[in-house]
Design a protein around this ligand. Sequence first.
Ligand code: PMT
Length: 341
Amino acid sequence: MANDESQSTSFSAERYFATQLPPASLEADVAQVREWVQRQQEANRQVVLVTSGGTTVPLELNVVRFLDNFSAGTRGATSAEYFLKAGYAVIFMHRQFSLQPFSRHYSHSTHPFLDFLDVDDVADIQVKAAERPQLIEVLKTYKRVQGAGTLHMLTFVTVNDYLWLLRAISKELYPLGRNAMFYLAAAVSDFFLPRQKMSEHKIQSGKGSLHIEMDQVPKILKPLVTEWTRGGYIVSFKLETEDALLIPKARAALARYGHQVVIGNELHTRKYQVVFVSPATGKPAQTESGGDSDSSKFSESWLRIDLAADPTKEIEEDIVAELVRRHRVWSGSGLSSQPAA
Ligand code: PMT
């Protein structure tokens, strides 16, 4: 792919949205969210936007090849269930075909549904006795949530879909002020190929190696914090493959964006330990330079679970409980977060 040096490789959010096209379904998605948010406001519920799953970066306009970000969607789908249980209404903005709340218990790779069914001599189908208790529990909660209308699903595939949706949905949550929470667990690509640089058709092989210069995706947390929300409680995640980088990187993100908490997780230990990093005073730790050197500005607390003692325990239960507590303090709200599911 040609390297057009006349174009900058770093996009501001403004330039991004001025030059990249919105997904075709955006208007319809936003209209549905608007109605749904209004219903949650009328019911006096707190709302959390959960983002989940990886984003793709297409290499061609007629897309055959793309880059992807690692994420099965476990963190997001599991957390969404615990937020519902805590009485929140949840917008679950996820990568198409990644794990979803409730159905995640029957994922085709870990618990395929054919394996919990039995067929008898008269071709009648039954759920295996051993599977029934959990299935009944999941199904009851799922039906209750469906009846209450407290779970709204949205999908994205590309990083472009993700950015447009995040901006539009954040603006719909604006009226909720401090009663909205943003739980940004999606694995968002840092690089993309602007459509102006993309090959229209499938990139042909036969010319040796392929050189692609990607542009940097705008850091979307900045406008999210300063423009798109009105006091919403913002939780971002930091994924690293080296433990030693987690806290410095999380501090740097807080200093740069001025939001409320970064949850650091290391790729291989993320199912049983995470670290909450937040401004020490509870006030934004934003600095002009985004510098992270002054450790007194930040507080860190590790959250660990013992999977050997209880293999069924999910760390998201404790993550969500801690965030609900912090959000209650943050919003100082008289709103009830009564257990709903
Ligand atoms: O789904 P699982 O398999 O369970 O895995 C869960 C997880 C490990 C993916 C999840 O816990 C996690 O860490 N998600 C965030 C991964 C990530 O994208 O990290 P990052 O360093 O690229 O981004 C850090 C934060 O900045 C993110 O909250 C993201 O929303 C935000 N960001 C990222 C890119 C960008 N252009 N703008 C942003 O604001």
